[in-house]
Design a binder for this molecule. Structure first.
Ligand SMILES: NC(=O)C1=CN([C@@H]2O[C@H](COP(=O)(O)OP(=O)(O)OC[C@H]3O[C@@H](n4cnc5c(N)ncnc54)[C@H](OP(=O)(O)O)[C@@H]3O)[C@@H](O)[C@H]2O)[C@@H](O)CC1
Ligand SMILES: Nc1ncnc2c1ncn2[C@@H]1O[C@H](COP(=O)(O)OP(=O)(O)O)[C@@H](O)[C@H]1O
Length: 536
């Protein structure tokens, strides 16, 4: 069955607060297992027939007036899908010219692709061995799919360079050629982002690499999916694709007449050193953004504790006077850290390090962001010598929640590696950090990954380059605080990870509400939302 995965059909939270069911993602090995299971019950070539037909159908629907269709086909079964799509388009009398630039080698073709080649020849499809002389109206990219497993060189690289530079609309079969199915790694020296409009039709399974790393940049504006009739449950997923929805339940909260602020959750944000307390270098805005986001997301009460003496604390946040500003010391005095969901980081600078031991020991629901992640390494020295990882393990053993929200550089530092290694294997990096810390890890960036110990990681489907603006991570931290604040103490790991994922998904959906969302083509591309514009 054909369905559109991205853009998400509806970025708003459903009225009933229902969480959209996540979709299974299968990497190359699991996809091949599923393919074998499905093929075993079907007549020969049935899967390729379905795949080629699905490609031809979507091509016609997307560009019904295309006259010259150029298929770029490689020497494996991905090329076979392209050849078969060309055959079916030709047989249907679509356009004026359907042509295949074929890079395969007849002696080495797998059986399905060999059959597809015969079908294409029988249908009268023209086969050429070089780029087309004129720019086509539509390109079908069937150069590489699941089978690409090493850097591109020679003729294959030259073909990919042509493809990436081609301004014509391009439909990618299964995966954009050049993209690794499992990790979203890009196997070529070309930019992953194509010159022309593009969409991708995933076949049989949705692959994780489409949704994280460079997948979103390479796949184009839309990702469609046809399961070819296979049963995704036949192989355990490598990851889940989480869709927004389910939180914040704005409509439901308003309808709850008996509610009061004490039932909506308390959030304490710790961060935001004021310039007056730190030699003129301040980051107060980061903590205010987190606090405002927590309020907007429905938290009943939000405190912001700034690591500074009383005279340096601003009297009020003029944008959200409901925020309760105080010194970090005052905020930590009493039972607030136990009662509230605590968000630490957000422009706290070095002043956070001395606060962390107490937070780790006292706050059952704790989000560690930005400077708090940087300060973790200093925890042992600031206290009794116990390593920070041991403290996080102790928290997990007590059933307490710790959420770490690193961007790739912060994740690399925590893992003791480099950013390139994290970005090359985002799912594995997030999972490794979750296992090492027993915390829930939110690895930020394109295709944010949410990982928890002993669980299948999730990739969040919402989120885009619109979030690449200073402070949007602080907004996310505030949303996470608000989400954790309403979780019951005995929620359990699965529900907590789902809640964290909901907050990340809601954050990714925020830019869609920006009123200037429809951008003109020319610079300055309209006015872009800043982090504070992300808050309604
Ligand atoms: N399994 C499924 O889910 C289903 C699969 N289907 C379709 O089949 C696709 C998978 O087909 P596939 O396994 O034949 O792999 P594919 O992507 O065509 O590439 C293999 C070819 O590329 C070559 N090659 C690799 N790297 C290279 C490099 N760097 N530079 C140069 N060459 C390189 C490699 O050469 P070799 O490694 O043998 O030297 C081989 O010739 C899948 O994506 C989907 O479209 C659907 O029809 C139905 C369900
Ligand atoms: N290209 C992108 N695609 C999707 N999400 C992005 C992209 N760039 C940034 N983001 C999101 O924006 C937020 C940025 O957070 P962070 O790097 O901590 O920035 P800051 O410290 O300025 O707040 C993260 O949630 C990240 O996932």
């Amino acid at each position: 069955m054909l369905r559109r995965i991205l853009p998400l059909p509806d970025l708003g939270a459903p009225e009933d607060g229902a969480t959209a069911r996540p979709l299974p993602l299968h990497g190359a090995a699991a996809s091949r297992r599923l393919e074998q299971t499905a093929a075993a019950t079907l007549p020969p070539h049935a899967l390729m027939e379905r795949a080629g037909t699905a490609v031809a159908r979507l091509a016609r629907a997307w560009r019904p007036h295309a006259r010259h269709v150029q298929v770029l086909a490689g020497g494996g079964n991905n090329g076979g899908d392209g050849l078969l799509a060309a055959a079916r388009l030709c047989q249907a009398g679509f356009g004026e010219r359907v042509e295949v630039w074929w890079l395969g080698c007849e002696e080495r073709l797998p059986p399905d692709a060999r059959w597809a080649l015969a079908q294409a020849r029988a249908a009268g499809v023209a086969l050429i061995g070089e780029p087309p002389a004129a720019e086509p109206d539509l390109v079908i990219d069937a150069l590489f799919g699941l089978g690409l497993d090493r850097p591109l060189q020679g003729a294959a690289l030259a073909a990919l360079r042509w493809l990436q530079a081609c301004p014509a609309p391009t439909l990618c079969v299964d995966l954009p050629s050049g993209l690794d199915a499992d990790h979203g790694h890009w196997w070529a020296d070309t930019p992953p982002q194509p010159a022309g409009p593009r969409l991708t039709l995933a076949l049989l399974t949705l692959k994780p690499g489409l949704f994280t790393g460079l997948g979103r940049a390479a796949a184009g504006a839309a990702i469609w999916f046809d399961d070819l009739g296979a049963d995704a449950a036949a192989a355990p997923p490598d990851a889940w694709l989480a869709l927004p929805g389910g939180w914040p339940h704005a409509a439901r909260q308003r309808a709850d007449h008996a509610s009061h602020k004490g039932r909506r959750g308390d959030v304490l944000v710790l961060g935001g050193v004021p310039p007056a307390a730190h030699e003129g270098v301040g980051m107060t805005g980061a903590a205010l953004l987190a606090g405002r986001a927590a309020l907007r997301a429905g938290a009943g009460r939000v405190w912001v504790g700034l690591p500074a003496p009383a005279h340096a604390i601003p009297a009020v946040d003029a944008v959200q006077p409901a925020l309760m500003l105080r010194t970090a010391a005052a905020a930590l005095d009493g039972d607030l850290p136990q009662r509230a969901a605590v968000v630490a980081g957000c422009g706290g600078g070095k002043a956070l390090a001395p606060l962390l031991p107490a937070l780790l020991a006292r706050a059952p629901r704790l989000v560690l962001d930005a400077d708090a992640l940087g300060a973790l390494g200093a925890v042992a020295a600031a206290d009794d010598g116990t390593d920070w990882r041991a403290r996080l393990h102790a928290r997990a053993a007590r059933g307490w929640t710790t959420v770490l929200t690193p961007h790739p550089l912060e994740a690399a530092r925590l893992l003791g590696g480099d950013v390139a290694a994290v970005q090359r294997r985002r799912l594995e990096a997030a999972q490794a950090l979750a296992e090492a810390t027993r915390a829930i890890v939110v690895l930020k960036g394109s295709g944010t990954v949410v990982a928890a110990p002993d669980a299948t990681p999730r990739i969040v489907a919402s989120g885009s380059g619109w979030l690449a603006t200073a402070g949007s991570g602080d907004v996310l931290a505030g949303l996470l605080g608000a989400r954790l604040a309403t979780l019951p103490a005995d929620a359990g790991t699965e529900a907590t990870v789902t809640a964290v994922t909901e907050a990340v998904a809601a954050h990714g959906a925020l830019p869609a509400a920006w009123p200037h969302g429809a951008l003109p083509a020319a610079w300055p591309h309209g006015w872009l939302p800043t982090a504070s514009d992300l808050l309604p």
